[in-house]
Design a protein around this ligand. Structure first.
Ligand code: NAP
Length: 497
């Protein structure tokens, strides 16, 4: 897989057979209205496929299917060891189709092929396999009652769950939702982002092949404002799991309150601090600082967009970071050497360009980048961009840009670094770089985020929970803890004569 050349991938892309229909009750299905929406390759601006655009009537049908199969118990009441076998087989099938799925994700999202082959696909496989493997190893509880009683505390599936996901990591976030919700016995309806529905549709077909009963997993592409809202306000959906922006997350909480108080778990935006002390390994910190913000074109919720540097090493570190930024210049997605792709669409490109103007107008110093590249491709490519001289009251330090834009701030004491890091509505992720174990631990403990790296950025795997503090969300994806979001605790109290 990793040995393929750009020519091999181009040939494979020309042969790709793309399914654009929804996946409802075990079948590839057109929207009842017959409506479709074009799905665009963001590196060329050219249409990849027409995709079903589902509406309320499709959603109602999917909810009926999901409820029926949940009540039947064909999946919800299946022994965990048997559910495990289906999920593990599904992971194997995704692995067997890895090249095709990686290519689809690359073209649909505009991710470099080396990212999707090396990251998104293996990560989805591992998530589904790990959750399947785990589900027959978790025990319920017996509470410490007195003699004469026995109290069982059981985890039961919520019922029908809807998952709404964004476009930046469609396959990974879909797997983060599917794996624990299905492992715990729920029926799941996924609404992918309108920009990037293709891999979710594809892997749903493989789930059926792996033996998942019809109606347990359904994928409905369609607009967030209508289809997404209909699902979020539906009276017969028990749980909502969401990854996306903070403003939409807030709306979903309101929808839950206005409808049936469905359990609502949110994974939202970020403006993550990456703190570098003078005693750190600066080469490593510089490599990582560039990757932290330029990976996936900065369209990453955990992107380390605020580089907070000890003043005494600012010049030295920034020289290195600018040097690393050159290596992230965008290129052909199908070339395995390419590290950065385009913005997802024209709207996102314009947002990034607007923030570059805002940064300039706010008085920050544009150290690197700031413009469009590869315009001749028809794609939405933006240069890796670095602003120095940023203060934490500037909009480029406070707002989630969701593009390859780094804001550099400075500090002189550890307390000041922590204060800057915590002065944000977000609390998703962060990192601290120091060779002093006391400094590193103290700062890591004081920064209010869900995931903190010490001498690394983006650390973590399926064994650890992932989610945010503050306005970065309230749920947890990954690890055994993710099972909590998809289950209710039920007490059964037994009295003996
Ligand atoms: P978004 O605009 O919030 O959209 C996310 C999903 O919600 C899409 O499927 C969208 O559908 C749907 N949606 C939009 N409005 C809706 C409504 N009123 N009711 C129901 N659904 C609605 O986010 P995005 O631009 O796709 O993704 C970027 C955001 O996701 C960033 O803020 C990023 O930080 C965040 N994110 C967070 C994490 C995490 O784990 N914390 C991970 C990845 C991304 P349409 O596509 O049809 O609009």
């Amino acid at each position: 897989m990793l040995d393929k050349t750009v020519t091999d991938w181009q040939a494979a892309a020309a042969e790709l057979d793309i399914e654009g229909r929804a996946f409802i009750n075990g079948q590839a299905t057109d929207a009842l209205s017959g409506e479709t929406r074009p799905c665009i390759n963001p590196s060329t601006g050219v249409k990849l496929a027409d995709v079903a655009s589902c509406g309320a009537e499709d959603a109602d049908l999917a909810v009926q299917n999901a409820r029926k199969i949940f009540d039947d118990g064909a999946w919800s009441a299946m022994a965990p060891a048997d559910r495990k076998m289906v999920l593990v087989r599904w992971a194997e099938l995704i692995e067997e189709h890895a090249d095709e799925i990686a290519l689809l994700e690359c073209l649909d999202v505009g991710k470099p092929i080396s990212d999707t082959t090396g990251g998104d696909v293996p990560s989805a496989v591992r998530t589904i396999r790990w959750s399947g493997e785990a589900i027959d190893k978790v025990y319920d509880e017996i509470s410490p009652t007195g003699p004469g009683s026995l109290a069982l505390v059981q985890r039961l599936p919520l019922g029908v769950v809807t998952a709404i996901v964004p476009w930046n990591f469609p396959l990974s976030t879909t797997a983060w939702k599917f794996a624990p919700s299905l492992a715990t016995g729920n029926s799941v309806i996924l609404k992918p982002a309108s920009n990037t529905p293709l891999t979710a549709i594809h892997i749903a077909g493989l789930a059926a092949e792996a033996g998942l009963p019809d109606g347990v997993l359904q994928v409905l592409p369609g607009p967030g404002g209508s289809l997404g809202r209909h699902l979020a306000t539906h009276m017969d959906i028990d749980g909502l799991t969401f990854t996306g922006s903070t403003p939409v997350g807030k709306q979903l909480m309101e929808y839950s309150g206005q409808s049936n108080l469905k359990r609502t778990f949110l994974e939202l935006g970020g403006k993550s601090p990456n703190i570098v002390f003078a005693d750190a390994n600066l080469k490593k910190a510089a490599n990582s600082a560039a990757a932290a913000v330029f990976y996936n074109g900065g369209q990453t919720c955990t992107a380390g967009t605020r580089l907070i540097v000890e003043e005494s090493i600012e010049d030295e570190l920034l020289k290195m970071v600018v040097d690393r930024a050159r290596r992230w210049m965008p290129g052909n997605l199908l070339d395995p050497a390419t590290r950065m792709g385009p913005m997802i669409d024209k709207g996102q490109f314009d947002t990034v360009a607007d923030y570059v103007d805002i940064g300039r107008n706010e008085g920050a110093e544009l150290l690197f980048g700031g413009g469009q590249v590869l315009a001749e491709t028809g794609g939405f490519f933006h240069e890796p961009t670095i602003f120095a001289g940023v203060t934490n009251d500037m909009r480029i330090a406070r707002e989630e840009i969701f593009g390859p834009v780094m804001s550099v701030l400075t500090f002189t004491t550890a307390e000041q670094a922590v204060e800057i890091a915590n002065d944000s509505i977000y609390g998703l992720a962060g990192a601290v770089w120091s060779n002093n174990i006391n400094t590193a631990h103290k700062v890591a403990a004081a920064v209010r985020v869900g995931t903190m790296g010490i001498n690394n950025y983006f650390g973590g795997d399926i064994t650890v929970p992932f989610g945010g503090f503050k306005q970065s969300g309230n749920g947890r994806d990954k690890s055994i803890h993710a099972f909590n979001d998809y289950t209710e605790l039920k007490t059964t109290w037994i009295e003996f004569d």
